[in-house]
Design a protein around this ligand. Structure first.
Ligand SMILES: [Zn+2]
Length: 61
């Protein structure tokens, strides 16, 4: 059995493609790309914010 080179940290679920590629800034009215992800736990759904609104994400933590 070949060894799997990719090992996810324990409790870290693989992300579906749609989640991986479509995370826009969650700030109301903002249409920018959410380059900054925030989650209290690795198992939580991440909240995404753009550079301008990443302070909103700090409140999630
Ligand atoms: Zn934004």
């Amino acid at each position: 059995m070949p060894e799997d080179p990719i090992r996810l940290p324990e409790g870290f679920a693989p992300i579906s493609k749609s989640t991986l590629f479509e995370h826009w800034c969650e700030h109301p009215g903002c249409k920018k790309w959410g380059g900054y992800g925030y989650a209290r736990l690795k198992t939580d759904v991440s909240r995404w914010f753009c550079y301008e609104h990443r302070q909103d994400g700090e409140g999630v933590l």
